[in-house]
Design a protein around this ligand. Structure first.
Ligand code: NDP
Length: 449
């Protein structure tokens, strides 16, 4: 419950205007709860209408994406780009292709991205985009035609000094390749820095593929060490999802001594008490693009269960939700608590419902919000842009080392902010406040724009 009058007023205004945008409202509510702890120190913000401007995107682009399938049938999808805030740098944030994408989802992701990018300490503003296109079951040619159509509109809104998209759910190396090819063809320039997550042969960065997942584990390891004087060593871990973020979270977590015993996709989950065999999982997901159920057919001793929500009923020490927003509800959180889990480290963006966050925090589990823990992906996109600008490539080890350093710094900023707010170790407060203060400072300096 908000108590500050200014925040209450702005929240009611957002509710009145955008109340139907449930995910966006949820993200705003969560950030406002943390800002309550600092807002009294900044009466100048209200005078400058700072919070009103902060919750309103600078620009929203919505467009038609027509494409033809392999049988010659015409389909029309909807494309979006929300350019939310450019106070500290050009808009930056991924593109999501998933049937659930709508304006609310893109706005919530863009809003979170502002704070996440600020936490990386790199000069990147917040944006996000995507389409309700479903890449599942489409041929490579259909994916290519869709990406080309999508970029035929998007190209006029992006550029290395304005807005630089990247991947997200449903947008990986294949899609970025097709999007980049079409951009280059239209503008007739090799603007490497306009998209990140590119292939290594045309300006991509080593370790970008691994960065989000590795970064989540580097950040979580800091939390375990500095707040609980503990580590991943010997812990049973559940990593939900089995896409880019989940795969490399599972890989790094295993390297750090954890045992990943369960993973999922949108249809169901696998449980392997011996620890997930990542070689088999990567082959199923990256090469064969099959359902996760195939794992249980191929690995003796493992089980497959229909329905992904019940994954949280498995007893574990650490839960790392890495699939999608609101994937863990209060029932899932209660099951984890009842089974004695010690931590929930978010990997996806906003994977816990507000009730689940409340349950986890009040039960005293360690909790980290996605905007801090998964910031390694966008940070490494920033490193990809730097390499494109200086026309050099760093080695995997160099990029990984920089990523590790950035994640340590993000932990420190969040921790320091939590202490200043009188909530030592509260990573949600720390992430929201540390991320916001820098953006607020830049917005104040730039006048009413
Ligand atoms: P992918 O498309 O590679 O993988 C998504 C995974 O989550 C798949 O296993 C998918 O299953 C599953 N999934 C998707 N939607 C749902 C759902 N509604 N319920 C249950 N499972 C679902 O995406 P990413 O790994 O890239 O992204 C995962 C999360 O991480 C997202 O929240 C994204 O915003 C966030 N993120 C990603 C970054 C990146 O660099 N890629 C950076 C920072 C955050 P299925 O295959 O069956 O659809």
């Amino acid at each position: 419950m908000l108590t500050n009058e200014y925040l209450k007023r702005v929240y009611s205004e957002v509710e009145a205007r955008d109340g139907h945008e449930k995910e966006f409202l949820q993200a705003v509510g969560e950030v406002f709860e943390s800002l309550e702890l600092v807002i009294d120190k900044h009466p100048e913000w209200e005078k400058a209408g700072l919070i009103e401007r902060f919750v309103e995107p600078e620009r929203v682009v919505e467009f038609r994406v027509p494409w033809t399938d392999d049988n010659g049938n015409v389909h029309v999808n909807r494309g979006y780009r929300v350019q939310f805030n450019s106070a500290i740098g050009p808009y930056k944030g991924g593109l999501r292709f998933h049937p659930s994408v709508n304006l609310s989802v893109v706005k919530f992701l863009g809003f979170e991205q502002i704070l996440k990018n600020s936490l990386t300490s790199l000069p990147m503003g917040g944006g996000k985009g995507g389409s309700d296109f479903d890449p599942k079951g489409k041929s490579d040619n259909e994916i290519m035609r869709f990406c080309q159509s999508f970029m035929t509109e998007l190209y006029r809104h992006i550029g290395q000094f304005t807005d630089t998209p990247a991947g997200d759910i449903g947008v990986g190396a294949r899609e970025i390749g097709y999007l980049f090819g079409q951009y280059k063809r239209i503008v007739d320039r090799f603007d490497g820095g306009v998209l990140t997550g590119k292939g290594l042969s045309y300006g991509g960065s080593l370790a970008r593929t691994q960065a989000t997942g590795y970064g989540i584990c580097y950040f979580s390891a800091e939390v375990l060490e500095h707040i609980a004087h503990d580590s991943f060593q010997g812990k049973n871990v559940i990593v939900s999802g089995s896409g880019n973020v989940a795969q490399y979270t599972a890989e790094k977590c295993t390297e750090l001594g954890g045992k990943v015993i369960a993973m999922s996709d949108s249809k169901g989950y696998i449980y392997d008490p011996n620890g997930i065999n990542l070689e088999v999982l990567f082959d199923i997901k990256q090469k064969r693009r099959e359902r996760i159920s195939v794992y249980a057919d191929e690995v003796p001793g493992s089980e497959y269960h229909e329905g992904c929500k019940n994954i949280w009923n498995i007893k574990c020490d650490i839960a790392m939700p890495c699939a999608s927003q609101n994937e863990m509800d209060v029932e899932g959180a209660k099951a984890l608590i009842a089974n004695g889990a010690m931590a929930v480290f978010e990997g996806a963006n906003m994977p816990l419902t507000p009730e689940a966050i409340e349950a986890v925090r009040s039960a005293g589990l360690l909790y980290t919000p996605g905007k801090a823990s998964n910031a390694g992906g966008v940070a490494t996109s920033g490193l990809e842009m730097s390499q494109n600008s200086i026309r050099m490539s760093w080695t995997f080890e160099e990029v990984d080392e920089k990523l590790h350093g950035i994640m340590k710094n993000i932990f420190k900023s969040c921790y320091d902010a939590s202490v200043e707010c009188g909530r030592p170790g509260d990573m949600m407060v720390g992430a929201n406040v540390a991320g916001f203060l820098k953006v607020a400072d830049a917005m104040m300096a730039q006048g009413i724009v």
